[in-house]
Ligand binder design. Structure first.
Ligand code: ACO
Length: 403
């Protein structure tokens, strides 16, 4: 097999591959994607089977340990996660000083990074047991901090997690419960829908944010700081910000009769406009997560007798028109998971600026598993891509008074 490092050592050649579309950066046993077939596997299991039969927390166990849990494994795991859901009281002080208009992703980048100040001195990342604990701490504390960041941005008091609730119920409880009576009315379909969103977004091999976590971690940096770097990368509208951007686009479209205008705008190279929630770097046939999400979206909208019926109709019509259009057909552009997840989140009354936070909440298990996998390798190679330098080499220096 060709070893690229060998080739470089012998010839000085290296590959130029912007966006790394044709470069494998690591060996991994976590997630498999076949973009041509529209297939996504977590630890060998099809995403459709997991979405139909498992909860998100069960999927976290699978991603973390490589096997589906038994009932008692799962019960123990859920307890371990609950044990870690609270955060240090000092961390809550951070929330007081953010700009009241701060985007919750800005808050999350900071407070997740700030966890490194509580878990650093005594943390030995060479110890597999400690790495496992970091993974559990990350997935346990994330929903608590995410709900705190949402409530802070709305000026509402924080609500703590409860031991009697499941992982996903706890997040909805911390988001929506009234602190006076500690109860929120959470319809079972809301828990099911959010759990599905979390499961579908849990891992997706070497995308931008996961690669960011791996590159940051390859220098043996603090894992909480590495996850914060992943959150920053996910924030962009071409990655995790797509579902927020998609809802905003559907709102802007407003009525089905405006759809053709937007399709033409997306096709016109003079406009920097894309149909959000369409296209994928890897899936060039269909995104299997989008199929599950579209079904869930219809179920939620029907069950909750929704105010979002109109928006769903516009989305369905946009999908229909785009999939019959040569521009989208020839470029293999299909709806991705975020085309429908925004409508579901809106249906759950999740504020729009929290959409990307929910994606980050889901992806945390993927990030931390990928970090853990990399850290367990015998040698961790620091990630440092090369560049193609394009300006003149070695100019004569010109003194200030001669320029
Ligand atoms: N609307 C209109 N045209 C598009 C779209 C779109 N959503 N996506 C790609 N195209 C066009 C491009 O203009 C380009 O056309 P050209 O060949 O005439 O220049 C062609 O399709 C290929 O586009 P690339 O940007 O090269 O495709 P790439 O695979 O690099 O990008 C991406 C994938 C970033 C997801 C892109 O499709 C996009 O911007 N989509 C909208 C944002 C989005 O939904 N992001 C969520 C991704 S899924 C996730 O993160 C969970």
């Amino acid at each position: 097999m060709l070893d690229i490092r060998d080739l470089y050592a012998k010839t000085g050649m290296f590959t130029f591959n912007p966006g790394y579309t044709a470069s494998g950066s690591c060996v991994s046993a976590i997630t498999y994607i076949d973009g041509g077939k529209g297939q996504l596997l977590y630890r060998g299991y099809k995403i459709e089977d997991l979405a139909a039969n498992c909860t998100f927390i069960e999927t976290c166990f699978l991603l973390l340990y490589g096997e589906l849990p038994t009932a008692s494994d799962l019960a123990d795991f859920e307890e371990r996660v609950k044990d870690e859901m609270l955060v240090h009281e000092k961390l809550k002080d951070f929330f007081k000083d953010f700009n009241p208009k701060a985007h919750p992703m800005a808050i999350m980048c900071s407070v997740i990074g700030a966890l490194s100040s509580f878990y650093h001195e005594d943390l030995d990342i060479e110890d597999p047991k400690q790495r496992e604990r970091v993974a559990i701490q990350m997935i346990a504390k994330f929903p608590t901090l995410a709900a705190f960041s949402s409530r802070t941005s709305m000026g509402l008091p924080m609500v703590y997690p409860r031991r009697d609730l499941s992982y996903t119920e706890n997040f909805l409880h911390m988001m929506f419960s009234d602190p006076m009576d500690q109860e929120a009315v959470i319809e079972p379909v809301m828990t099911e829908a959010l759990d599905k969103i979390l499961l579908l977004h849990a891992d997706h091999e070497q995308n931008a944010s996961t690669s960011t976590v791996r590159i940051a971690g390859s220098s043996k940096a603090n894992p909480f700081a590495c996850i914060s770097a992943g959150i920053a990368s996910l924030w962009g509208p071409a990655h995790g910000g797509a579902n927020q951007a998609c809802i905003e686009m559907l709102q802007e479209i407003g009525e089905a009769e405006n759809i053709p205008k937007y399709i033409e705008k997306a096709k016109n190279k003079n406009y920097p406009f894309r149909i959000m929630g369409f296209g994928h770097r890897v899936y060039k046939n269909f995104d299997p997560r989008a199929t599950v999400m579209a079904k869930m979206c219809k179920k939620v909208v029907e069950t909750m007798d929704s105010k979002n019926q109109e928006m769903l109709s516009i989305a369905l019509e946009l999908e229909r028109i785009a999939l019959e259009n040569d521009y989208f057909i020839s470029r293999k552009l299909y709806p991705n998971v975020d085309f429908y997840s925004g409508i579901v989140l809106q249906e759950l009354s999740i504020p729009t600026n929290m959409f990307t936070v929910i994606f980050a909440l889901a992806r945390t298990i993927g990030w931390v598993c990928q970090w853990k996998e990399m850290m367990s390798e015998d040698t961790v190679k620091i990630g440092s891509p090369r560049q193609l330098y394009v300006v003149e080499k070695c100019k004569e220096f010109v003194a200030m008074n001669e320029r």
